[in-house]
Write a protein that binds this ligand. Structure first.
Ligand code: C2E
Ligand code: CA
Ligand code: CA
Ligand code: CA
Length: 277
């Protein structure tokens, strides 16, 4: 028993060492990657479930790593959160999104909303409001064209300060999307106190919405209705999901049924080709 115990400890250490090495690599590479402009935003359409019209895009980061190729956010966002590099990465990506909105505006494209995912770490300092205000000014953005997606987990840690920041953002016309709603633990108490505008129902709930009804989706939609919140259903892949959600009063959706996330030019071209159908 002793030797197998020792074996386990040894195995654990090797696995640990490997993981730490991977994390250290990503940490290093992230730093270079931001400087070398290896990150790009892809844009996924958000559409009306009633009319099918595309009303906005969610910006999703893609990392073109010089050695490893395309790296998925799932592998590096969490590490960037742990090391604190997420702050710098988010600010870099917010700038990319703002610059893209400006480019579209200069091309004469109709105004469209882009939502950017940001870490709840930003909701610990009022400076974040200034940062967003400066982006709006520098890139001459239409009010409400750049909006934010956040998850609820980090907000509750310092609710008083987060509330101030969210009010500051709201006064700039920035709408707040509460991401992955229904996963993690939901402290519902704060929902009606905060100027949050949109709930995004997590894909895991939409996945279950096929053969069987999902009472949790109904509950979230009722909650949203009573609080006057708009709802976006994430990860719609099937026509039946679209129809069910529409019947239940969900206003907006996002998912491969309409489009995957696309590079900026393709995303804007898609809006036109899609609406012509
Ligand atoms: P999320 O914010 O929940 O984003 C939705 C994810 O679902 C995206 O994965 C999107 O490509 C994927 N998705 C959308 N529709 C469908 C569908 O119909 N089927 C399937 N199978 N997947 C669908 P992605 O781009 O890999 O992003 C993963 C997560 O990484 C995001 O989850 C978000 O938490 C994080 N992330 C992505 N970009 C950023 C960013 O710029 N900043 C930060 N802080 N986090 C980001
Ligand atoms: Ca999101
Ligand atoms: Ca989400
Ligand atoms: Ca998610």
């Amino acid at each position: 028993a002793k030797s197998s115990g020792r074996g386990q400890v040894c195995y654990f250490n090797n696995a640990m060492r490997k993981r730490l090495k991977q994390q250290a690599d990503i940490e290093n590479d992230l730093q270079h990657g931001i400087k070398n402009n290896e990150f790009a935003l892809y844009y996924q359409p958000i559409f009306s479930l009633n009319t099918g019209a595309i009303v906005g895009f969610e910006a999703l980061v893609r990392w073109f790593h010089p050695k490893n190729g395309l790296v998925s956010p799932d592998t590096f966002i969490q590490i960037a959160e742990q090391t604190g590099q997420i702050i710098e990465l988010d600010l870099h990506l917010l700038t990319l999104a703002a610059a893209q909105l400006k480019r579209w505006k200069d091309q004469g494209q109709p105004p469209i909303r882009v939502t950017v995912n940001v870490s709840s770490r930003h909701f610990a300092s009022l400076e974040f409001v200034d940062t967003i205000r400066e982006l709006y000014q520098r890139y001459e953005l239409h009010s409400g064209s750049l909006c934010l997606e956040i998850t609820e987990s980090g907000l509750i840690a310092n609710l008083a300060l987060a509330t101030k920041i969210i009010h500051g953002l709201a006064s700039l016309g920035v709408k707040l999307y509460l991401d992955d709603f229904g996963t993690g633990y939901s402290a519902l108490g704060y929902l009606h106190q905060l100027p949050i505008h949109v709930l995004k129902i997590d894909k895991s709930f939409i996945d279950q919405l096929t053969e069987k009804e999902n009472p949790l989706v109904d509950a979230i939609l009722k909650l949203a209705q009573s609080l006057n919140l708009t709802v976006v259903a994430e990860g719609i892949e099937q026509q039946t999901q679209w129809q069910l959600l529409k019947q239940k009063g969900c206003q907006f959706g996002q998912g491969f049924i309409v489009s995957q996330p696309l590079p900026a030019d393709q995303a804007m071209a898609f809006v036109f080709s899609y609406s012509e159908n």
